[in-house]
Design a protein around this ligand. Structure first.
Ligand code: NAD
Ligand code: UFG
Length: 338
């Protein structure tokens, strides 16, 4: 079965392509390379033995999408393409709404024209805003505090309305918690451009000597050790969640919503300690002020995905940090080979 993967050369998309190939699917990537490099394709080949078809195009280019969907006999689309930096979204809201919201609308319109009716969308735990309690189930109220989060929420709402009006479509919203880790081969991983916004790529760059210390954003949260608590999930588990969704609910018309998380919360200090153990070296850190907009704690109740998709995260925290370190230590500058 041919699957169009928008944003397939990015962090989560590239790992999902590997798992798609392993499960017998044929991924066709559409990416404009605004936040990834073509070198990823060589790495996918190294790991899986196959190079996915790559189309360099923007998801806002409807003609290119209709052509890709029709020429490759696509049966389902996994839509990763989008911008994802919270801070940048505050500076450049128009770019975020255009890429994330308009990009999705153009994609769905192209799918409609090409007669493709199965879509899996990359949503985020950010749609839960500041949750009243943890763990978070899919029926918690949604809200947003920044343009990135609002773009995810808007897309969820647009897709919900669209599915209501087109009941023969299968639309799946996957709400990711905090993806970390890398392919166990060390060939693929997260390669943020510039200063990493997220904790784990920052920690990895400190470990490898690219940065001096980790700034820990706040140590006065009402959590186990005062630092923020999140549900970190191995990117390979996350990738497998897409395969499970494609197989289990892809063929079923309806709107399907799942949390993809482990159900466990780890603090910033626990993550730093785990990484120190994996890298066999101290990771210097300093406590600084809280980051505006951050919440104290957030972790998933992943039982709906377990019951309905037969999926559950299996990688341990040690696997997340060991794999992350293997990637970072063997590729200190990321995908430097263009
Ligand atoms: P990423 O930046 O590594 O991958 C996104 C890919 O999309 C990149 O290769 C980029 O070049 C491409 N892209 C962006 N805009 C495009 C456009 N207009 N047309 C074509 N290609 C475009 O990000 P990721 O971490 O792999 O995230 C994938 C998806 O998952 C995103 O939608 C993101 O919002 C969502 N998500 C990520 C996280 C996270 O922490 N990484 C958490 C929750 C949700
Ligand atoms: N943190 C630090 N120092 C850093 C970076 C982060 O102490 O340099 C802390 C944060 O305060 C938070 C935790 O580490 O307590 C995790 O922060 P991240 O930036 O890695 O992740 P967030 O939970 O803030 O957000 C991420 C993605 C969002 C997504 C959300 C839920 O960036 O896009 O997970 O999926 F919406």
């Amino acid at each position: 079965m041919n699957v169009l993967v928008t944003g397939g050369s990015g962090y989560i998309g590239s790992h999902t392509c590997i798992q798609l190939l392993a499960a017998g699917f044929n991924p066709i990537i559409v990416d404009n390379l605004c936040n990834s490099k073509k070198a990823v394709l060589k790495r996918i080949k190294q790991v899986s033995g196959s190079t996915p078809t790559f189309i360099q195009a923007d998801v806002r280019d409807k003609a290119a999408l209709v052509a890709a969907l029709s020429e490759h006999n696509i049966e389902a689309v996994i839509h990763f393409a989008g911008l994802k930096a919270v801070g940048e979204s505050v500076e450049k809201p128009l770019e975020y709404y255009d890429n994330n919201v308009n990009g999705t609308l153009v994609l769905v319109d192209a799918m409609r024209e090409a007669g493709v009716k199965r879509l899996i969308f990359s949503s985020s735990a950010t749609v839960y805003g500041d949750p009243a309690s943890v763990p978070i189930t899919e029926d918690f109220p949604t809200s947003a505090t920044n343009p990135y989060g609002r773009s995810k929420l808007m897309v969820e709402e647009c897709l919900t309305d669209f599915q209501k009006a087109n009941s023969d479509w299968s639309i799946t919203l996957l709400r990711y918690f905090n993806p970390v880790g890398s392919h166990p081969s060390g060939e693929l991983g997260e390669d943020p451009q510039g200063i990493p916004n997220n904790l784990m790529p920052f920690v990895a760059q400190v470990a490898v000597g690219r940065r001096e210390f980790v700034s820990v954003f706040g140590n006065d949260y009402p959590t186990k050790d005062g630092t923020g608590v999140r549900d970190y999930i191995h990117v390979m588990d996350l990738a497998d969640g897409h395969i499970a969704a494609l197989q289990k609910v892809g063929p079923k018309p309806g709107l399907h919503i799942y949390n993809l998380g482990t159900g466990n919360g780890h603090s910033v200090l626990e993550m730093i300690a785990a990484f120190e153990k994996a890298a066999h070296r101290p990771i210097p850190f300093k406590f600084v002020d809280r980051r505006p907009g951050d919440i104290a704690e957030c972790w998933a109740d992943p039982s709906k995905a377990q019951t309905e998709l037969g999926w559950r995260a299996s990688h341990t925290l040690d696997a997340m940090v060991n794999d992350s370190w293997r990637w970072q230590s063997t590729n200190p500058q990321g995908y430097s080979d263009q």
